[in-house]
Ligand binder design. Structure first.
Ligand code: 5GP
Length: 202
């Protein structure tokens, strides 16, 4: 059985990552990695569903035990991708999706170059501000902090394999799904097995 593919999706908060990831999970047979964070849960967020919410001490222990595929400090909190689940699923041939920030994505690409990194962009900074304010979950200071981080994140875009602008949600989802499907047909993935099969048949 071939290995599964690892996809990484990132982009400024408010670019629609969460919504697009949810739609991808409905349309494709893929597992979402649940990250660990030291951030407090927002209203409606459930431990083990949205994130594993842990203390700084627990997070630190996992770093020391080499338990993260990657981790990063985002704003004032830590976020990390638990390594074991991702590696087990890939080994089983399952595709895995990570929704992580740009620092994490670049680290994953370094450690795991065959991973596919997709960057999502909001149509404009003005639209991003509107989306962040409309959420109602962030203070005005937090919105400004997130906006200022956006330009930084956008400068990392060239390190990604693909970039999709989320202007219209349905269109953006269909672009991302097409990219993810096409990755399975790359000659650089598994073409040797295919050649062997034809040679054996001869
Ligand atoms: P939020 O606090 O809004 O849920 O997430 C803040 C940022 O952290 C987002 O950009 C999100 O993609 C990122 N993030 C979530 N989980 C992880 C993770 O496991 N690793 C990294 N590096 N970033 C993450």
């Amino acid at each position: 059985m071939g290995k599964g593919l690892l996809y990484v999706i990132s982009g400024p908060s408010g670019a629609g990552k969460g919504t697009i990831c949810k739609r991808i999970l409905e349309e494709l047979d893929i597992d979402l990695s649940i990250s660990m964070t030291t951030r407090k849960p927002r209203e409606g967020e459930v431990d083990g569903v949205n994130y594993y919410f842990v203390s700084r001490e627990e997070f630190q222990e996992r770093i020391e035990a080499d338990g993260f595929l990657e981790y990063a400090q985002v704003y004032e909190n830590f976020y990390g991708t638990p390594k074991q689940m991702v590696m087990e699923q890939l080994a089983k041939g399952r595709d895995v999706l990570l929704e992580i920030d740009t620092q994490g994505a670049l680290n994953v690409k370094k450690a795991y170059p065959e991973g596919v990194a997709i960057f999502l962009l909001p149509p404009s900074l003005e639209e991003l501000r509107k989306r962040l304010t409309g959420r109602g979950t962030e203070t005005p200071e937090a919105v400004e902090l997130r906006l200022s981080k956006t330009l930084n994140e956008i400068s990392c875009m060239t390190e990604y394999d693909y970039c999709v602008v989320n202007d219209d949600l349905d269109v953006a989802v269909s672009h991302v799904v097409s990219i993810m499907k096409a990755e399975h047909f790359k000659v650089s993935r598994g073409v040797h097995d295919l050649m062997k099969r034809y040679e054996e048949e001869r």
